[in-house]
Design a protein around this ligand. Structure first.
Ligand code: F6P
Length: 328
């Protein structure tokens, strides 16, 4: 028989993403609604090891639905990767009489939760919070929508300068392993070319595309480059390469960096986070464990964490085709 759940902990882990606070708020308020005790863990798994806990009630999460970042702080914790670290964390949870936890984070955070569940038979539930949208089993992760809207807004501004000066801009966006931000924001901002880790189009194709673009009468161009792009050159090297091979272009570079992770979450991310928070607590109360809450076709689903971390979400081939057609 599964143990009755009276007290749930919630924390954020790994890279922050806009909407994490909306998810924290949702978990805390769902606990209050269900008359369960709720505890916040600060600084992710490190705070779990250190016993950095704080009791939460519905009022503890006032006025955070709109805030970027995470009020619970986040960390990447090396100690939790060791059996000794996880045992310390388990002892802290037992001492605080915590029966289950909800982790809001990405792949690495979920891998830690899964291991913890297997070692201690401790009920865990995941909520996908990362701007990368790279988690299998969910069409959206919390923060992705905000991030692509931030990127599009910035590229719109860059385009003003690009077109005023007839320039080519290489804009680097986040995505160490995946190109979802680059592809979606690139299509949304009308980029001329999008370089992503999933495809190595090669430098020749880039030059051909830029030549075609010039010939067709375009006076300025924006090329989006995901951090993990596989051409083998970073944005600054790409600039030099194009200047050398296509001197007709006046080239500039913009690296958007961490501004993509910050800012107030969009309504989409707030609603998604609120729905996932409710579902995570409900699922734990139904005796489910070791799942991630996902969304598919507008419906919430439970995905085994093992499946969620098995690989990165594949790039959307249809969107690549749309992008190719739009750059005509
Ligand atoms: O959250 C994931 C991510 O946005 C990646 O796309 C990026 O490479 C990484 O975070 C950067 O993380 P850090 O904050 O450690 O520099």
């Amino acid at each position: 028989m599964t143990k009755k759940i009276n007290k749930i902990a919630v924390f954020t882990s790994g890279g922050d993403s806009p909407g994490m606070n909306s998810a924290i708020r949702s978990v805390v308020r769902t606990c209050a609604f269900m008359k369960l005790e709720c505890v916040a863990i600060y600084r992710g798994y490190q705070g779990m090891i250190d016993g950095d806990f704080k009791p939460m009630n519905a009022r503890s999460v006032n006025n955070i639905i709109n805030k970027g970042g995470t009020v619970l702080k986040s960390a990447r914790c090396e100690e939790f990767r060791t059996p000794e670290g996880r045992k310390k964390a388990y002892d802290q949870l037992v001492k605080a009489k915590i029966d289950a936890f909800v982790v809001i984070g990405g792949n690495g955070s979920f891998a830690g939760a899964q291991l913890f569940n297997e070692e201690f038979d401790f009920p865990v539930m995941g909520i996908p919070g990362t701007i990368d949208n790279d988690i299998i089993g969910t069409s959206y992760t919390i923060g992705f929508d905000t991030a692509i809207n931030t990127v599009v807004e910035v590229i719109d501004k860059i385009r003003d300068t690009a077109s005023s000066h007839n320039r080519l801009f290489f804009v680097e966006v986040m995505g160490r392993d995946v190109g979802h931000i680059a592809l979606n924001a690139g299509v949304g901002a009308g980029a001329e070319e999008i370089l992503i880790p999933e495809q190595n189009l090669g430098l020749e194709r880039l030059l051909d595309s830029l030549k075609r673009s010039k010939k067709s009468g375009k006076s300025s161009s924006i090329v989006i480059v995901a951090e993990g792009d596989k051409t083998g050159k970073n944005v600054f090297e790409l600039k030099e390469y194009v200047e050398e091979h296509l001197p007709i272009y006046d080239v500039r570079v913009s690296v958007l960096g961490h501004m993509q992770r910050g800012g107030n979450p969009t309504c989409f991310d707030r609603v998604l986070a609120s729905r996932m928070g409710v579902k995570s607590v409900e699922a734990l109360l139904e005796g489910k464990s070791n799942y991630m809450v996902g969304i598919r076709d507008t419906k919430l689903v439970l995905v085994p964490i093992k499946e969620a971390i098995s690989a990165h979400t594949a790039i959307d081939e249809e969107l690549i085709r749309v992008s190719d057609i739009m750059t005509t």
